[in-house]
Design a protein around this ligand. Structure first.
Ligand code: SF4
Ligand code: SF4
Ligand code: FES
Length: 272
């Protein structure tokens, strides 16, 4: 046994061949406290399961599903941090289950795994995130100016493209929506689109060939004023998008310039 409580076992049986020996590290059992139930009632249920080196939370949940709880609902697709499906709250933190290594968690106490709280529960770890897709549908789409060249292509500065490229890394995991207190605690889903869609709005508003203006919506129906720049969304983003500094604050500045700049205000009054 190693100093940290893990057991190192040689599971190879070909002792005649020393070169083939592959030591495999097996860790002790761990307890996973998983949220089970639906909108009519749910509670934590403890499951003890074997865990081993290299496992992520999603592996443990799958093992529990296979061996002890066949009816447990969990959403996932890629197991590579790219589809954004396996979002949950692990030990109270919004995380992708497939990217959360057990090595990084204290396994001497139960690991809690819960569904995201900002969205309605469907079953166990699966929430209904369809509100997000409805928000996106309502936003003004990408509206490029006519092509710059006869062959139908545009000319852009690399610097301008680099600026919006960060926003395109979003995998729509909605962890930023989950952690945002405006949605999570104040439930203002009708008045606030949330950080994911400020990132989307920024990707369009700052795009060098987009011609649409979304500032009025951002100020009114999208509720950008509710964001008080706590930066919680930036901290949980698995794609490390600098949501607040690079998307929300510049959008807020544009809204202020457009609607609260005294000279522009005067111009609007006289141009009516
Ligand atoms: S910075 Fe704004 S959008 Fe992000 S979590 Fe805080 S209040 Fe929500
Ligand atoms: S901005 Fe980041 S946290 Fe939010 S949905 Fe996109 S990838 Fe997920
Ligand atoms: S399963 Fe795709 S991001 Fe986790």
């Amino acid at each position: 046994m190693s100093g940290d409580g893990r057991v190192t076992a040689d599971v190879t049986d070909n002792s005649h061949c020393e070169a083939n020996r592959q030591p495999i590290t097996i860790m002790a059992k761990a307890t996973f406290r998983i949220w089970r139930g639906n909108a009519d009632g749910a509670e934590f249920v403890d499951y003890d399961t074997e865990v081993s080196e290299g496992m992520v939370v999603l592996d443990a949940v799958h093992r529990i599903q296979a061996e002890q709880a066949n009816d447990m609902a969990v959403r996932w697709n890629c197991k590579a941090g790219k589809c954004g499906s396996c979002s949950a709250e692990v030990n109270g933190q919004p995380k992708l289950m497939c990217m959360t290594r057990l090595n990084d968690l204290p396994l001497d106490e139960p690991v809690t795994v819960e569904p995201m709280r900002a969205f309605p529960l469907i079953k166990d770890l699966v929430t209904d995130v369809s509100w997000n897709f409805k928000v996106k549908e309502k936003m003004k789409p990408f509206t490029p100016r006519p092509p710059d060249a006869e062959d139908g292509t545009w000319r852009m500065e690399q610097e301008d493209i680099d600026h919006v490229q960060e926003f395109r890394k979003c995998i729509e995991c909605f962890l930023c929506q989950d952690v945002c207190h405006v949605l999570r605690e104040h439930d203002l889903h009708d008045e606030f689109i949330g950080p994911r869609f400020f990132v989307y709005a920024a990707s369009l508003e700052m795009h060098p060939i987009d011609t649409e203006n979304r500032l009025e919506e951002l100020k009114d129906s999208d509720g950008i004023g509710y964001c008080n720049i706590t930066k919680c969304c930036t901290k949980v983003c698995p794609e490390h998008i600098t949501i607040t500094d690079n998307a929300i604050i510049p959008l807020k500045e544009r809204v202020v310039d457009e609607f609260y700049d005294p000279i522009k205000k005067l111009f609007r009054v006289f141009s009516r």
